[in-house]
Design a protein around this ligand. Sequence first.
Ligand code: URA
Length: 215
Amino acid sequence: MTESLFPDPPARGPRPADAAERLATAAEEARHCRRCPLYRDATQVVFGEGSIGASMMLVGEQPGDQEDIAGRPFVGPAGKLLDRALADAGIDRSTVYVSNAVKHFKYEMRGKHRLHKSPNRGEVEACRWWLAQELDLVRPHFVVALGATAAQALMRRTVVLSREGGRALVWADGSHGLATIHPSAVLRQRDEPSRAQAYDGLVRGLIEAARLAAG
Ligand code: URA
């Protein structure tokens, strides 16, 4: 298990009656987060969104270029693909809580473009402070990791998707879930057949998540 730089918030009891207010407070506090250097270059923090008591939480890697500008998770190309995959899996996005392992956009400039850079282990670990609070307050029945970074944040160790993806897992905090391919990884596939196959994997992962969550 990875040594934590920051302790978890207090252990879980029953969901507090003021969970919604506390989540709003956490989102406000996160706007001033200095736990890692990523705040310096990002436009703003992108906190999770969805309702308290959502039965499913989806955790991505980090906001992308468009999310950084909009201040909302999964609204850019990966978000549009995720919306389609959720619809194909019979999941209504308005019923799930959507967040990210890391709440600031990490990028490098290539000409005029801001190119996504993967967060490192320390950044994921620092940002787990916020994810842990979201998990504690939303208290979903089922937590889906979209991609290896989210799975690493939730499991607190490396998760190899080809080995552990697509099936029931118990995350480090004891919550139940599953890891599946990240929508951006679908978009990154080289050709259309590979994209279709990867997309199919994402939809199958979400269908299995819905099935396990219901059970
Ligand atoms: N990729 C993510 O992991 N999260 C987003 O919010 C957008 C793209």
